[in-house]
Design a protein around this ligand. Structure first.
Ligand code: ADP
Length: 319
């Protein structure tokens, strides 16, 4: 391979820039040209791409978002869209593509690989909802943002003796809620992977209140449902003043943590090595702190598992 491309697609995640930097620098290190494709698969269809140099990725390792920008592109889900993308890649003489994104983006990469065009995926999403890797790029930063926010809310919760329901992101995965809840000593953590008994949540709240507890924090994953309706149910059941905060998009931005920068650098560089070794249709990941790669199709057809030991521990620590 003499020329490769890189794009970011789907929801942005902090650390994507560090991954782009690693891809560009590792490719140049190997003497391979690298093209940056703007706006995800939309830019691929439009031929919106340009050659990147060592300096193109200077001063970005610490920035959130993605300098290549991201987009959602329905046309790419069609055969014609994918053919248009491949035609553009061929026109620019690009031999292989690295896709940084979540599972939707990997479906696109898988389709290109099936059509004979080699792709490698790099897991970039705050949700940590991809199988074949212990962590995705952006998860650690989002988690730290959530913790910082909950710590602040806790000050008010204590001062006013309130119950707070905090809704966090994660799509269908409960990882952000579970890790944040454990890190913040939440009374209850509600995740889509486990349907918690409502009466158990109420019992725990009531027990805490009777013990003289000044506040309670409940972390709810968005995959469980609306924080507002959950808060209302709690207020009605306990008569305790209950407030709801939906953290929203602050969870997606910000400067990546050291963990995410290092993870993104390792995964981005590994993706280049995998692509240059002529392995196609792979996703790079990290398992037990070791770099791994898996077949994208297998990644897409298996489910990411939450750590139930951690969930059990969170209950034991919030008796
Ligand atoms: P994420 O990668 O974060 O999961 P999306 O699910 O929105 O984000 O997917 C990002 C993009 O990937 C979509 O806008 C589309 O261009 C492409 N994509 C998603 N699903 C498919 C598919 N089945 N076939 C081809 N491309 C797809």
């Amino acid at each position: 391979m003499e020329k490769i491309g890189v794009l970011t697609s789907g929801g942005d995640a902090p650390g994507m820039n560090a991954a782009i930097r690693a891809v560009v620098r590792k490719a140049i290190y190997h003497g391979v040209d690298v093209y940056g494709i703007k706006n995800g698969y939309q830019g691929l269809i439009d031929g919106n791409m340009e050659k990147m140099e060592i300096g193109s990725v200077g001063d970005i390792i610490q920035r959130g978002g993605t300098i290549l920008r991201s987009a959602r592109c329905d046309e790419f889900k069609t055969d014609e869209g994918q053919e248009k993308g491949i035609a553009q890649l061929k026109k620019f003489g690009i031999d292989g593509l690295i896709v940084i994104g979540g599972d939707g983006s990997f479906r696109g990469a898988q389709k290109l690989t099936e059509k004979g065009y080699p792709c490698v995926g790099v897991p970039g999403t705050i949700d940590n909802d991809i199988s074949g890797t212990d962590f995705t790029i952006g998860f650690d930063t989002a988690l730290n943002t959530i913790i910082e926010a909950i710590d602040k809310i806790r000050d008010t919760a204590t001062s006013h003796e309130r119950t707070y329901v905090i809704e966090v992101m994660g799509r269908d995965a409960g990882d952000l809620a579970l890790w944040a809840g454990l890190a913040d000593g939440a009374e209850s953590i509600l995740i889509p992977e486990k349907s918690d008994d409502f009466s158990e949540v109420i019992d725990r709240l009531t027990r805490g209140h009777e013990r003289g507890k000044k506040h309670s924090i409940i972390v709810l994953a968005e995959g469980v449902g609306s924080g507002f309706s959950y808060g209302q149910r709690i207020q009605e059941a306990t008569n305790l003043e209950t407030r709801v905060t939906v953290l929203g998009h602050i969870q997606r931005g910000g400067s990546p943590t050291a963990q995410d920068r290092v993870l993104a650098s390792r995964l981005g560089a590994q993706a280049v090595d995998i692509l240059l070794s002529e392995k196609a249709g792979r996703m790079v990941g990290i398992e037990n702190n070791m770099l791994v790669d898996h077949d994208i199709q297998e990644v897409l057809s298996s489910k990411h598992h939450i750590n139930f030991d951690m969930y059990k521990l969170s209950k034991e620590l919030s008796i």
